[in-house]
Design a protein around this ligand. Structure first.
Ligand SMILES: [Zn+2]
Length: 251
């Protein structure tokens, strides 16, 4: 079939437009350290000296995927790692076709928590894809904050997220918490944002990479029991180590 010249021009300009848009997206979202590597690692060492840490995520498996290595290292150093899982991830996927996906995912999260050494998992049981808008979310988080008194809080980066995956329960929950802290006060703990494209903090997770994978593999409904495949995403070459997790610390 031959395309008419007009049709060919349209197809060409569409292809060019798509290529330009993809390039712009890649350039915009490309993660890039904002400080020299050694400085980022030094800031990561400061984070790893925290004694009590609270992490807030949307779903079971977010913790192990994004910050599992850092949390294992904190636990190894004797820190109390508290985690808040806003939803039970009932929207799936459901690779094992379990009839009780929320219950199964909570059990998977608890199994991962044992491997990674969390002090406590706080499940909020809010609706998947609706956690950030739910009026119960902030009061529940505030009650946990009062109770746990963390020195540092770890959240998704809502303002400068890196690709490839954005989700209302990820950036949305983080935005809700940060909005409540719009004015940093003496009561606000240090805040570290992950899945960020402008990191200034890096933790060396090389020696706990196997544990991170094993913890992630507990989420069988999500990955079929295979936690590998993400090693390449946590390469630490930019800071001179084999594997790293990256954060943006709020001033
Ligand atoms: Zn998630």
């Amino acid at each position: 079939m031959r395309l008419s010249p007009a049709r060919r021009r349209r197809t060409l300009s569409w292809l060019l437009g798509t290529a330009l848009a993809l390039t712009a997206l890649t350039v915009t979202f490309r993660p890039a350290l904002t400080v020299p590597g050694p400085q980022a690692l030094q800031a990561g060492a400061d984070l790893l000296r925290q004694r009590t840490v609270l992490v807030i995520v949307g779903h079971p498996d977010d913790l192990e995927w994004y910050v599992g290595g850092t949390l294992r290292r904190l636990a190894d150093a004797g820190a109390h790692v508290h985690v808040v899982v806003a939803t039970s991830g009932e929207n799936g996927p459901n690779r094992t076709r379990t009839p009780d996906l929320p219950g199964t995912r909570q059990r998977e999260q608890l199994a991962a928590a044992r491997i990674n050494g969390y002090a406590r998992v706080h499940f909020l049981h809010l609706p998947d894809r609706g956690a950030a808008r739910d009026p119960r979310f902030l009061p529940a988080v505030q009650a946990i904050l009062r109770d746990v008194q963390p020195g540092a809080v770890l959240l998704f980066d809502p303002d400068l997220p890196s690709l490839p995956y954005l989700h209302a329960d990820h950036q949305g929950t983080a935005r809700a918490v940060l909005t409540a802290w719009r004015t940093p006060g003496p009561d606000r703990p240090a805040v570290y944002l992950f899945q960020t494209r402008r990191p200034d903090t890096a933790t060396d997770i090389t020696r706990v990479m196997d544990t991170k994978e094993r913890a992630l593999a507990q989420h069988v409904t999500q990955n079929g029991g295979n936690g590998s495949g993400m090693r390449a995403l946590f390469g630490g070459r930019s800071v001179g180590v084999r594997h790293a997790e990256f954060f943006r610390r709020l001033p």
